[in-house]
Design a protein around this ligand. Structure first.
Ligand code: 5GP
Length: 253
């Protein structure tokens, strides 16, 4: 059997050439990294959980008309995605102060923000992903003003949808990061959501207890990352409850 061609290897995922032109296979690794890969570990099962959680979220986004790269899951660790031209930006949406915003501006973690705040970071490991403004993005040709407007509108739709989805299962969506890409429909360019949406790229706090259910568990040594991600998957109804085979979101009142 011919060995398939690797297109890109990142810290948590590998991209392989897909079965048809315009497709790729996205493989989820168990590797966890933080602080620009200065902290690294392998967490058994993390890739499987993120593959399933990202599938669940991207499928739900498709159902409400938010364009994204997901086509279908192939197996435990792989999904078929649409190839796109990745825009070299991390788009962060924040609802509650935490992480780098709290550090930079001295706002206590957990303070609700008066409105969702969108930030852009230039994807460059060597520079440590610096925060950039729309001026930088347009001036350096990473994206046009029209692209930025489309990205903001996508990011806000994802935020509204995910906030509701997670609130329904007793989880507060504090913030998250998405990446976007360009695809071409004939002569028309469209911006779509790419990469992954999982507890690796979101801050998720239990609404009642404040317990962290995201990658901060790894970043801050707060316990088992696999347990936290399993809890997110269980609440979203991705993992069967109690082995009775019944699936569905677990509503938390
Ligand atoms: P912060 O800027 O506070 O460190 O991160 C804001 C949000 O974006 C958090 O949910 C965090 O997980 C996500 N985020 C920021 N940078 C990255 C990154 O390089 N990789 C991943 N997976 N998530 C990130």
């Amino acid at each position: 059997m011919a060995r398939r061609r690797m297109v890109y290897e990142g810290k948590a995922k590998i991209l392989y050439e897909g079965p048809e032109p315009g497709t790729l296979i996205q493989y989820f690794k168990d590797d966890a990294t933080a602080f620009n890969a200065q902290k690294h570990d392998v967490i058994d099962g993390k890739g499987v959980l993120n593959n399933r959680i990202s599938e669940h979220i991207m499928t739900a986004l498709t159902s409400i008309g938010v364009p994204n790269h997901f086509i279908r899951r192939i197996n435990m660790r792989e999904q078929l995605i649409r190839a796109c031209e990745i825009i070299p930006l991390e788009v962060v949406v924040r609802n509650v102060a935490a992480g780098s915003l709290s550090k930079r501006l001295g706002i206590e973690e957990g303070t609700p923000l008066p409105r969702p705040i969108i930030e852009f970071y230039y994807k460059d490991d060597a520079l440590g992903d610096p925060m950039v403004t729309e001026e930088h993005i347009v001036a350096f040709n990473w994206a046009s003003q029209q692209d930025i407007d489309d990205i903001i509108s996508l990011a806000l739709r994802v935020n509204d949808f995910l906030s509701g989805l997670f609130t329904g299962v007793g989880i507060r969506l504090v913030d998250f990061k998405i990446e976007c890409g360009r695809i071409w429909d004939g002569d028309y360019q469209r911006i779509i959501v790419a990469d992954e949406i999982s507890p690796d790229s979101c801050r998720l706090w239990d609404i009642k207890t404040g317990q962290k259910l995201d990658k901060d568990v790894f970043r801050r040594d707060l316990g088992s990352l696999a347990d936290a991600y399993t809890e997110v998957a269980r609440r979203l109804g991705i993992l069967p409850e109690g082995g009775n085979g019944k699936r569905g979101p677990k509503l938390v009142h």
